[in-house]
Structures are given as C-alpha cells and as structure tokens.
Design a protein around this ligand. Sequence first.
Ligand code: CDP
Length: 205
Amino acid sequence: MAFTIAVDGPAASGKGTISKALARELGFAHLDTGLLYRAVGRKVLDGVDPLEAAQALLAEDLENDALRTPEVAQAASKVAVLGDVRAALVDFQRAFARRAGGAVLDGRDIGTVICPEAEVKLFVTASAEVRAERRFRELSEKGIETSFDEVLADVRARDERDMGRAEAPLKPAEDAVHIDTSRLDVDAAFQAALAAVREKQEAQS
Ligand code: CDP
C-alpha cells in the first residue's frame, strides 16, 4: 500500500535528519529531492544546459559527495527556479512517492506540488541562525573551509530565492504539521514527526 510522508522546509532545518529517521523507523523508502536539484546544479557548473542535465539525470548522479558543497547548493537553487527543469523531475518524484511500501520525500514543494495527496505533510523550520550554525558545523566536519557568516549569507540567499520564485515556491501546505526545531534536539524533532505519522495511521485503521 502507498503511504507518503512529505517533509518540506528551508535549508538545514533538520528535514533530512527527520526524514531518514522516519524512513528507518517505518521501513519506508527515502528520497532527498534536494539531491536532484544539486545534481543538475553540479552539471550546470560544468557547462551543461540545465534542462538537458535534468532530462538526462541518472540515479548514480545522486551518489556523489561533491553535491554537498555550498557552491553546488547555490547552483541548485538557481536551476530550481526554472519551470522546465522542475517539470522534468516531477514524474520520477511522483512515482517514488506512491511506491508500494511507503515513502518519505524531503524537499521544498513535496506537500504542495509533487504530492498534495500525501498522507502526512510536515513543515520543518528553525531560525536562520540555528540553521546556519548546524550547516557550518556539518561543512567544517567534512573539511570544507568556510565561516559562520558566509554560511548564514548562503542560507539567507537560498531562503529568499526558494520562497520568492514563481514556480513551486517554498511554503507550507495548508494541512502541514509545523515542527520548529530551533530548540529541539534530533530525538525530540524525530518524536514530534513520528507522533504526526502515528496519529494519521491510527485515524486510517
Ligand atoms: O540540504 P539543504 O536543505 O541545504 O538543501 P537541499 O534540500 O539539498 O536543496 C538544495 C536546493 O534545491 C534548494 O535550495 C532548492 O532551491 C532546491 N530544491 C527545490 O527547489 N525543490 C526541492 N523539492 C528540493 C530542493
């Protein structure tokens, strides 16, 4: 049976961590849709046309540690404003969302555009400072040289581009459960998300 959990939110809000933990707990498949845009952004940095890159995307393009850099994140949010690029990525995401056995997808427009019929929709947020602090720590651990101020500026620039675009802007679905992780540790955020899923599962049974 299909059961989709749509997890949307801004950069470094904790949506990826929550999504992975939910998928593990429930035995669902997980798709980090940001990787699709990052993989297209990476190719565009190499000189490929954005639409051609999106149309030619392969599963193995997503398994690349080099997609996690700030440079690629910015490139991703620039290609993500392009309607034809977004359209080229829709079918893959929708098929993933409705696969048998359940799926968790995290991104910006999962509950609003890709899967408005998702059984559970979460909107995960945190203050820009908290998010920048988390991302700064992640990047430092990976040996990527940057500063907190640079990361904060990067997060704010992407927030603005992601929320301000005409195509599938970042915004909560009307029926999304909001989780503000600014003051929650990883387990508390996961428990809040799991509670929303359990409530829906119980209502369905
Ligand atoms: O991990 P982080 O939250 O920093 O970024 P990401 O989820 O990997 O997404 C990178 C960029 O891709 C975002 O800034 C968005 O511009 C874009 N994106 C999108 O437009 N729609 C999605 N469903 C997922 C990502």
